[in-house]
Design a protein around this ligand. Structure first.
Ligand code: COI
Length: 356
């Protein structure tokens, strides 16, 4: 049984806060972090907030060798009245447990995890940047800590939460990015770990991304692992295409990450009576629509990326220039509405905001 009292040890050495206008994504961390331990038989215990510090593990810890680990990503925002808030954090806690299930990691009590996040964010409240487009990125994660070289689930774990004041994920900011469709490597297959938020999915994506980044592509767009035909996701975001008035996004199929922003986009489009479909969509279909002048917009959606318009898609040697590389009206409306709800300048009709 978890003792829910979080023990707090404050740092004596607070860091200088970065200039909000110069923030990149994920390079600066706050003064404190949260840790909780798990031991088989005892469960999750000893929740504590401590000064931000290195994690010391045995070199044989399972996480180093077999990657038994999961993570989440959500953000804290501050309104102009100074209220700190989270966006649909319960969805991240639910997904964390779905990832845990897939990776044989013991479930966490979602309320305990969320309360820990709130307590940490509240302590680090002054680290939430206020410049437009900035926020405090929250990275909860679990690592397997048992020292054992056999391939088996660990008997011990740590749940940690670190915080990073961030600006835009892409150097393009909210301007359209260039994406290359990947037709050699694959990210995930049905039955694999694609819908879990686990490190290996991201490690295995690096090679493809490295190969296109010299040509100015921000990321690759993954196709399905079997036929390399149907569009899946970008890795750091889910994708949407507006074709002839209808917004289409790949249906969740077991190898696509179920994004919280993805779900929020679908809810908003439904609310606005803009046709939206979750279904299989092939690159051929996107290309045909492009040739007929029916590909109106493309954009990615994710916590880190928010809404990221796609201005150019490269596929089989062709460059598809989308909406003259200008942010489309649906992408802009989604970006403005989501960030408006998050920063408190718009109504929150769905009750998505949770005060810290
Ligand atoms: C997020 O959007 O929070 C993600 O986890 C993407 C990440 C890999 C930067």
């Amino acid at each position: 049984m978890v003792d829910q009292t979080v023990n707090v040890t404050l740092t004596e050495d607070t860091k200088q806060k970065p200039v909000a206008e110069q923030l990149e994504f994920g390079r600066v961390f706050t003064d404190h972090m949260f840790i909780m331990d798990y031991i088989e038989g005892k469960g999750w215990h000893n929740p504590r907030i401590v000064p931000y510090q290195p994690v010391t593990l045995d070199p044989a810890a399972i996480v180093f060798h077999y990657g038994q680990t999961v993570f989440e990503g959500l953000k804290a925002y501050v309104t102009k009245d100074g209220e700190a808030r989270l966006f649909r954090p319960e969805k991240n806690m639910q997904r964390l447990n779905r990832s845990n299930e897939r990776m044989c990691i013991p479930h966490l009590d979602e309320d305990v995890a969320l309360n820990a996040i709130k307590q940490l964010v509240s302590l680090e409240r002054d680290w939430i940047p206020t410049a437009p487009g900035t926020s405090l990125y929250i990275r909860p994660f679990i690592i397997s800590t048992e020292s054992y070289l056999g391939v088996a689930p660990s008997k011990t774990y740590q749940f940690l939460v670190i915080l990073s004041p961030v600006g835009a994920y892409y150097k393009e900011g909210i301007n359209p990015v260039k994406i290359a469709v990947e037709d050699e490597f694959v990210r995930a297959v049905k039955g694999g770990t694609g819908e879990a938020k686990t490190a290996g999915n991201y490690a295995s994506s690096l090679k493809a991304q490295e190969l296109v980044s010299d040509k100015g592509y921000a990321q690759v767009l993954w196709l399905d692992g079997l036929e390399k035909k149907y569009i899946e996701e970008v890795g750091s975001m889910n994708v949407f295409f507006k074709i002839n008035g209808e917004v289409v996004t790949p249906a969740l199929n077991g190898s696509i990450l179920e994004g919280v922003t993805r779900n929020s986009v679908i809810r908003l489009l439904n609310h606005w009576d803009i046709p939206v479909a979750e279904r299989k969509i092939s690159m051929e279909e996107v290309y045909e629509a492009y040739e007929k002048g029916l590909l109106e917009e493309a954009f990615g959606a994710g916590t880190a990326a928010v809404i990221s318009p796609i201005g150019e898609l490269s596929w089989k040697g062709e460059q598809l220039i989308i909406n003259d590389r200008v942010t489309g009206s649906v992408s802009k409306r989604l970006y403005d509405t989501l960030t408006g709800i998050q920063y408190g300048t718009e109504e929150d009709p769905f009750g998505w905001i949770e005060k810290v």
